[in-house]
Write a protein that binds this ligand. Structure first.
Ligand code: ASP
Length: 319
């Protein structure tokens, strides 16, 4: 593609990157206030690139839901189908960025770049980190080696499969654990540490767009001095009916260490499985994924609990 003909579309969804402290209680801020076109004011755009913006949503990503994901999936699909679009940048809250990144990767598996970025400080902070992150995300999206869904924060490029928010307040809040960073951005220059690999899509985007709800999957954490009572209550169809919610179709057991379960949780999970609830296992450890092994009573997924939940939801949606 000729220089000057590449387009990057920036999709705004809210988050702290669009947050404002002005008007909020002292020491606080409100996420998702500033429109995405205003976030780009003064941000350096890579040479030869034009930027188009679209406000897809304006939410605090702690409240991410199916409707916003559907709107985002539709917008991504429309823009990625344009021949002159080199890549997309999505401004997003940090809280659930890793879930959106994984979902987009699993459903779109884009050959172009889709780069999520964010901030830990609101847009009107004197030392706001959003403009730098946005400039870095544009540089990555414009890089010919960028492919698939990536996250860019604090000069680090992270893959959708492994990115996780690991710190509640640091500017450098994300990591990829032993999977390692994909690369970094220094003074606007992209340096790759490994090649982008885009796996095949895991599920049909059409099925997600057509769904009025995703199959209900809950996460149960195993810990010391546990009981199986909450797990029994979770999967009880009468309890679900009383609360006017769908019955649980799947459970992610976030086990200790190598995916081990307290014996009370294990017994309750066995009862749920016998009642037809799909069960998968992962680890509550922030790093080191479980390796699936043939013959496991509760199959292991090499994903964090929140991503394993999405994987199970997508799998159940197809059944
Ligand atoms: N609660 C905010 C959000 O996820 C946090 C952030 O963006 O840093 O939208």
């Amino acid at each position: 593609m000729q220089a000057g003909t590449q387009k990057i579309v920036v999709l705004g969804t809210g988050g702290t990157i669009a947050g404002l402290a002005q008007g909020a209680a002292p020491g606080r801020y409100r996420a998702a206030q500033k429109p995405v076109d205003e976030l780009l004011a003064g941000v350096v755009v890579p040479p030869g690139v034009t930027v188009q913006v679209e406000q897809v949503a304006q939410i605090d990503s702690k409240d991410m839901d199916l409707a916003v994901w559907q709107a985002l999936l539709k917008a991504c699909r429309v823009h990625l189908a344009q021949a002159d679009v080199q890549g997309l940048v999505i401004t997003h809250g940090t809280d659930t960025l890793e879930e959106t990144a994984w979902l987009l990767q699993a459903l779109l598996a884009p050959r172009q770049s889709v780069v999520l970025t964010c901030a830990m400080r609101p847009a009107d902070a004197p030392d706001a980190d959003g403009p730098r992150n946005l400039a870095d995300a544009l540089a990555v999206a414009a890089d010919p080696k960028a492919q698939g869904v990536l996250a860019v924060c604090a000069g680090r490029i992270l893959g959708a499969q492994s990115v996780q928010k690991l710190h509640s307040s640091r500017l450098d809040a994300f990591g990829s654990g032993e999977a390692g960073d994909m690369g970094r951005v220094r003074q606007g220059q992209v340096q790759w540490l490994r090649a982008c690999v885009v796996p095949a899509p895991l599920a049909s985007v059409e099925a997600v767009l057509a769904a009025s709800a995703l199959p209900r999957v809950e996460i149960v954490l195993s810990h010391a001095a546990a009981s199986g009572a909450h797990l029994d209550a979770l999967v009880d169809p009468d309890t679900a009916a009383r609360h006017g919610v769908a019955p649980v179709r799947g459970l992610v057991l976030a086990g200790t260490g190598g995916g081990t379960l307290h014996h009370e949780i294990e017994a309750a999970a066995r009862r749920a499985q016998a009642a037809g609830v799909r069960i998968v296992r992962t680890t509550r450890c922030a790093d080191g994924w479980l390796q699936p092994r043939a013959g496991d009573e509760f199959p292991a997924l090499p994903l964090s609990p929140v991503k394993a939940r999405l994987a199970l939801m997508l799998d159940l949606l197809g059944r």
